[in-house]
Design a protein around this ligand. Structure first.
Ligand SMILES: Nc1nc2c(ncn2[C@@H]2O[C@H](COP(=O)(O)OP(=O)(O)O)[C@@H](O)[C@H]2O)c(=O)[nH]1
Ligand SMILES: [Mg+2]
Length: 313
């Protein structure tokens, strides 16, 4: 058990893969192993990449990874997007483009399914971030689809959140106003080779003008053509600048504490749920209560009180 932790700390990819599988399967060995892992975490820069499906997140992540590799940085990639090339749902071209990354020992790629995971995806993602961090990755990139309503709340995990958009937003500019503005540390308008790019940039810039009017930092709006590796250096530059900004303004510690808070809540929630729903005595009790709710002998709230009362006692 401590052997796997030691191997993970040494960056051994097979041990990393095995430990992540434990995490995904909700194996009860993980709490002991994670105990050994945690003291070695905190060095990696956690970068969330979110945005619409097909916007070029995976392509961007590939190019960003290549640039970080040129700088000698080790990179971990977690893809939570079920349609991601990383999880095999992509066009052949995308996979071919990523071949060299998957052959590179300085890159670890893992896709995580949203279904069939015991113990909850969010909690598993926190663990995988810790594992990759402890394994010596300098940068961990996390790809998720959607914003706000996403299954995994990326801003609670990431130090730096990249929101990707594409030209011709139309109605979705409303979505940006509604939720994305606060979470984006950097906007990336990808597919800048497509028509309507200047208008989209102008629209996003004017929203940023309003949002950041009284703030010490203005959210950068960058243009990229991931397919042609254009604009990637500016992305790297801005990612690094954002990290510096966080560190200089003491916001880095604050973000990290927020992440640990969210992680702690997740673990407690998961354990409580397991405790209530796995324990056979509660199982019987719950079945009886469900029956009583059905027969209108009790209401759901009072039934919940009965179960919680037993635990909190
Ligand atoms: N025209 C154009 N297509 C791109 C660009 N970047 C990515 N694509 C293509 O857009 C499609 C979706 O890209 P992908 O990275 O899988 O998007 P994701 O769903 O956000 O991860 C793929 O066919 C890419 O080749 C770009 O800058 N311009
Ligand atoms: Mg993708």
């Amino acid at each position: 058990m401590s052997e796997i932790a030691t191997n993970v700390l040494n960056g051994d990819p097979r041990s990393i893969a095995r430990l992540i599988s434990y995490v995904e399967n909700g194996d009860n060995k993980i709490s002991e192993i994670m105990k050994k892992i945690h003291p070695h975490t905190g060095k990696a820069h956690i970068i969330g990449v979110t945005g619409v499906m097909g916007g070029g997140k995976s392509s961007l992540i590939c190019e960003i990874t290549r640039e970080f590799r040129k700088k000698g940085k080790k990179v971990g990639i977690i893809a939570i997007d079920p349609t991601s090339p990383f999880s095999g749902g992509a066009l052949l071209g995308d996979r071919v483009r990523m071949m060299d990354l998957s052959m590179d020992s300085g890159v670890y790629i893992r896709s995580m399914g949203t279904r069939g995971m015991l113990g909850g995806l969010t909690s598993a993602v926190y663990d995988v971030v810790e594992i990759l961090d402890a394994s010596g990755k300098d940068v961990v990139l996390i790809e998720t689809v959607g914003v706000g309503q996403a299954e995994v709340d990326i801003i609670k995990i990431a130090d730096t959140t990249l929101v990707t958009l594409v030209p011709g937003l139309g109605d979705s500019i409303q979505t940006i106003k509604a939720g994305v503005m606060e979470i984006a540390d950097i906007f990336i308008i990808n597919k800048a080779d497509k028509p309507g790019i200047e208008q989209t940039v102008a629209e996003v810039e004017s929203l940023v003008d309003i949002e950041c009017a009284n703030k010490e930092r203005r959210t950068p709006v960058l243009k990229t053509v991931a397919k042609e590796k254009k604009g990637i250096l500016e992305v790297i530059e801005n990612i690094e600048k954002h990290k510096e900004y966080l560190e200089n303004s003491k916001k880095f510690d604050l973000k990290r504490k927020k992440r640990y808070e969210a992680e702690l809540v997740e673990i407690i929630r998961k354990r409580l749920m397991n405790f209530i729903f796995d324990e056979s005595k509660f199982k019987n009790k719950i079945e009886i209560l469900i029956d009583q709710i059905y027969k209108k002998q009790i209401d759901p709230y009072s039934a919940a009180d009965k179960i919680l009362g037993k635990i909190l006692k």
